[in-house]
Design a protein around this ligand. Structure first.
Ligand SMILES: [Zn+2]
Length: 307
């Protein structure tokens, strides 16, 4: 009795074509398959052994001087008028254009990553509900839910290609991207671990003592619904910016300097203001917050500009 559970959910089915889509998902039924996390890292190694095999994206068709025709009003306004007491100077027209161009590059990848993770979550939900229906006796979380490693491996695999793409977009943002890439596998790993940490607790709590199959099913659906609507979009934004900014720093000329341009979406951030006020910092040295490049915190959309 296998019934698809996606009908009541809004899952964006926009196709996303990257190399990773050709890699089959870890088979949860197969006990003999290797550790999914290790499998993903093996795949990553193979990818990194072929530097330059991915084309830079994001700025390919966008001339540097072009001002984007559809700026996001909220962000632009926030950047143009720093909040009261903000220590960093208001950005000039060139800086605003740079932030707009950056948003154009990263927003698309953030959406793509969120879509991809939503599909993973939708599949995961269907599988869990299917196993729940087939379980005998009192439902057991360990039988119904994927193992922690399988969970993490799926998110990692889904996230990696988009974060590699974000790194390449960053590497080519201020000039030609070098053929080598900055490492972003740890960013994907952190995202996957964080998703597992937050989701799994909720899912396990659906199996409190005495809950019947219908109650558990409802709770599992509610949990995934919440994640598939808004939370996954929030979770996708930060790692994309981390990877993008690593690409920028990786591509910086040896011995060059950069300055911290504040874009914290209108929320005052004294730390980022300090970084901005520090002026030009040699690439590879820490800004006052101890960061080598933005973002300084989740929600930070600052960018380091070559000086
Ligand atoms: Zn910031």
């Amino acid at each position: 009795d296998v019934v698809s559970e996606t009908a009541d959910e809004t899952v964006d089915e926009t196709p996303i074509e990257t190399a990773s889509d050709s890699v089959p998902a870890a088979d949860s039924e197969s006990g003999s398959s290797p550790d999914p996390v290790e499998a993903v890292f093996a795949q990553l190694k193979a990818q990194q052994a072929r530097p330059g095999s991915r084309e830079p994206v994001g700025n390919a068709g966008v001339p540097r001087a072009q001002v984007q025709p559809e700026p996001e009003p909220v962000k632009e306004q926030a950047a143009a008028t720093p909040p009261e007491g903000s220590g960093s100077p208001a950005p000039g027209a060139d800086d605003l254009a740079t932030l707009d161009r950056r948003d154009t590059a990263t927003d698309a990848i953030e959406r793509q990553l969120a879509r991809r993770l939503k599909r993973v979550l939708a599949d995961e939900q269907n599988e869990a509900l299917d196993r729940l229906r087939r379980s005998k006796g009192e439902p057991d979380a360990n039988e119904v839910l994927l193992s922690q490693g399988e969970h993490q491996g799926r998110y990692l695999e889904a996230a990696l290609s988009d974060l590699v793409e974000a790194e390449r977009a960053g590497a080519g943002f201020f000039g030609d991207a070098p053929s080598t890439s900055a490492v972003v596998s740890d960013v994907a790993e952190q995202l996957a671990a964080e998703l597992v940490r937050q989701l799994r607790g909720r899912l396990e709590s659906a199996f409190v003592d005495g809950a019947d199959e219908q109650e558990i099913s409802d709770r599992i659906r509610a949990c995934y619904r919440e994640w598939k609507t808004q939370r996954i979009a929030d979770a996708a934004a930060h790692p994309v910016l981390v990877a993008f900014n690593r690409g920028i720093t990786h591509a910086a000329a040896p011995g060059s300097s950069h300055r911290w341009l504040v874009d914290d979406g209108g929320a005052p951030c004294p730390d980022c203001d300090d970084n901005s006020l520090a002026g030009a910092i040699p690439v590879g040295e820490e800004f006052p917050t101890g960061d080598f490049s933005p973002p300084a915190h989740p929600g930070c959309r600052c960018i380091a500009i070559p000086t």
